[in-house]
Design a binder for this molecule. Sequence first.
Ligand code: HQG
Length: 187
Amino acid sequence: MDNKNTTKISKYLSYILRHQPQSIGLTLDKKGWANIDELIAKTTDFSLSLSTIQYVVETNDKQRFALSENATKIRANQGHSLEIDLALTAQQPPAVLYHGTAKHFVVSIQEHGLKKQNRHHVHLSQHKDVANSVGARHGKPIIFKLRTAAMIQDGFIFYQSDNNVWLTDLVPAKYLQLVEEAQNGNL
Ligand code: HQG
């Protein structure tokens, strides 16, 4: 399968499994799993097969999806706007975490902190280059560095998704520091 097709199917699966399963009449269970036979049967805009799904899951650049052990079910590892329970357990985060965003959000973030917006959590990255590309999705990228140790001391809880994205409920502005040089993509 070529890259264009793989990306198209990955975007489709993200849309269905994170946000709008009802758009094709699909129901997810409480933990976000969809039955693969049902997903295939209800995908009518193009033809989807189990082998295609397996290929996209395995090759996905961010490991966005997981298959159940017997490959009868699929779910998104994170990024949902739907109310589902990923059963995440609290984890000790690395000493430094980053959040990539766009320059036009900075003033609001510095006033209100990082909010989860439509997703379940604020998404954080361990690596600056990843944060930079996450930010670039929204405009001119800019990176905030988190004072993770201070947050832990103050009782904030962090989770890690199955595909290694760090998550937390909110980050008040006092724990955020702008990484200025990211403005030029100079990491
Ligand atoms: C911003 C992608 C103004 C926040 C990525 C972000 C990630 C505020 C945007 C995952 C704000 C929300 C998530 C405030 C936060 N005022 N703006 N107070 N608080 N924001 O897409 O973190 O490819 O929901 O900075 O790789 O960009 O989908 O979150 O810019 O892991 O798998 O509000 O999505 O992964 O945008 O990205 P998003 P995100 P996938």
